[in-house]
Design a protein around this ligand. Structure first.
Ligand SMILES: Cc1cc2nc3c(=O)[nH]c(=O)nc-3n(C[C@H](O)[C@H](O)[C@H](O)COP(=O)(O)OP(=O)(O)OC[C@H]3O[C@@H](n4cnc5c(N)ncnc54)[C@H](O)[C@@H]3O)c2cc1C
Length: 387
């Protein structure tokens, strides 16, 4: 193996050991209570910042770890095994670091990336609106240039990290009449300040403990220097590329939750006895375990494959889409099967099985619903196999 690859492999195993130990010591003991009582895990956020995790995809020259996407996925998987919600503030933050890193001006990179990498400036993605989710080009938030500032008006919906974070990658129309509409959409680094307020905090089925809120912009004045890349009309392209990488983190979260559910199920199947033998010796339970693990391994391999291709600089909208689609669907199935294997105990809040079951659907919905992703995958297939 080339020396560089050995060094990379060692760095990966070191970071994964650190994260795994931290999840066992700090995340798992808090997860049940904090999730039940919907408590924001500030101490875990601070600990992730101390480990440098908010700078996972920030280049070293700006103070980050600059991990490859395979390691990035593995970190998300480990954290999600302990408590999926904790990956939320981390994942959404990385959408914005991705945008600044790849599309920001040099001045923007120097001004924001070091604070972002240290976790002092934690970020979100301000894309979805009350009436524009999948159809996000239908957004109505507008940014009008006024001298050295833009004046922003509009409402964003479902924004993770919107309350406890410090800034969002804000998508707004600088030209509401552009055709097609995406040519009029721009991306801003919007730091909290006058005119930027948090509306309703949304109560959720799962993914509890972390904030998902409505954000209201009312004559919010954003410095023109915070327009990403300094060019209008590029925001849609910038965010779509970031979401492509974001789907790796969603797929990895799904693999993490599914792994936790499977591992509990396979152990329980050897401990719980019915009719004088462990339930794992009943063929019906064996069939479930075999299917669960086969799907889990397939999801993991799709996720690592997408990450590896992203690392090699290939176009990966189809691969990240397939990984996110498959991993999230099987995560929901595995969470359900793990609950079945636990019988009545799986349904009771003493164990995290019912939490896995409630957390799983978010991965089906977030960062592009699985329905729209299927259309993206199909479009690529039709191109690749064009007759
Ligand atoms: C907990 C949570 C956290 C979130 N965090 C963020 C965040 O941090 N930042 C952010 O910007 N957004 C965030 N979102 C928003 C999320 O990305 C959207 O909910 C998602 O994109 C779907 O949009 P929608 O809810 O408006 O559903 P809609 O777009 O209204 O879709 C409704 C249904 O119609 C289907 N559908 C729509 N159009 C098509 C089509 N063309 N073909 C086939 N099916 C279609 C969808 O798949 C879905 O089943 C979050 C959502 C949740 C629930």
């Amino acid at each position: 193996m080339p020396r560089d690859d050995v060094a990379k492999g060692e760095a990966r195993s070191q970071i994964l050991t650190t994260v795994r130990d931290w999840v066992q010591k700090e995340v798992e003991p808090l997860s049940m209570k904090y999730e039940r009582d919907n408590i924001y895990p500030q101490e875990l956020i601070d600990q992730m910042a101390a480990m440098g995790l908010f700078g996972m995809n920030v280049p070293e020259e700006y103070g980050g770890l600059d991990l490859d996407y395979t390691t990035f996925a593995m970190v998300f998987e480990e954290v999600a095994k302990g408590w999926m919600a904790v990956t939320g503030p981390l994942g959404t933050h990385h959408i914005m670091t991705y945008i600044v890193r790849n599309y920001g001006t040099e001045e923007q990179k120097r001004r924001f990336l070091p604070r972002m990498a240290r976790g002092e400036m934690r970020c979100g993605l301000g894309l979805t609106e009350p009436n524009a989710g999948t159809d996000n080009q239908a957004m109505t938030t507008v940014a009008r240039r006024d001298g050295e500032e833009y004046v922003v008006n509009g409402t964003k919906m479902f924004i993770t990290n919107g309350m406890n974070g410090h800034a969002v990658a804000l998508l707004a129309k600088t030209n509401p009449n552009a055709t097609p509409p995406h040519r009029g959409i721009s991306c801003f680094i919007a730091e909290k300040g006058a005119g930027f307020s948090v509306g309703r905090e949304l109560d959720k089925l799962g993914y509890r403990g972390v904030d998902t809120v409505e954000l209201i912009f009312q004559d919010y004045r954003c410095p023109a220097d915070n327009l990403v890349g300094g060019v209008e009309g590029q925001g849609f392209r910038q965010v779509m590329s970031a979401l492509e990488a974001g789907r790796i983190n969603i797929a990895a979260r799904a693999v993490g939750v599914a792994t936790a559910a499977f591992e509990r199920a396979v152990k329980y199947a050897q401990q719980r006895k019915t009719f004088g033998r462990p339930i794992g010796e009943h063929q019906a339970v064996q069939l479930m375990l075999a299917d669960m693990y086969t799907k889990l391994q397939a999801a993991r391999l799709l996720t690592y494959d997408a990450a590896r291709k992203k690392d090699s600089g290939e176009r990966v909208d189809m691969e990240t889409g397939m990984a996110k689609l498959y991993a999230s669907e099987v995560c929901a199935q595995i969470a359900m099967d793990a609950m079945r294997i636990h019988g009545g105990y799986g349904y009771i809040k003493d164990l995290p099985l019912e939490r896995y079951y409630r957390d799983a659907p978010l991965m089906i919905i977030g960062e592009g619903t699985n329905e729209i992703l299927r259309t993206v995958i199909a479009r690529q297939l039709l191109q690749r196999y064009k007759v």
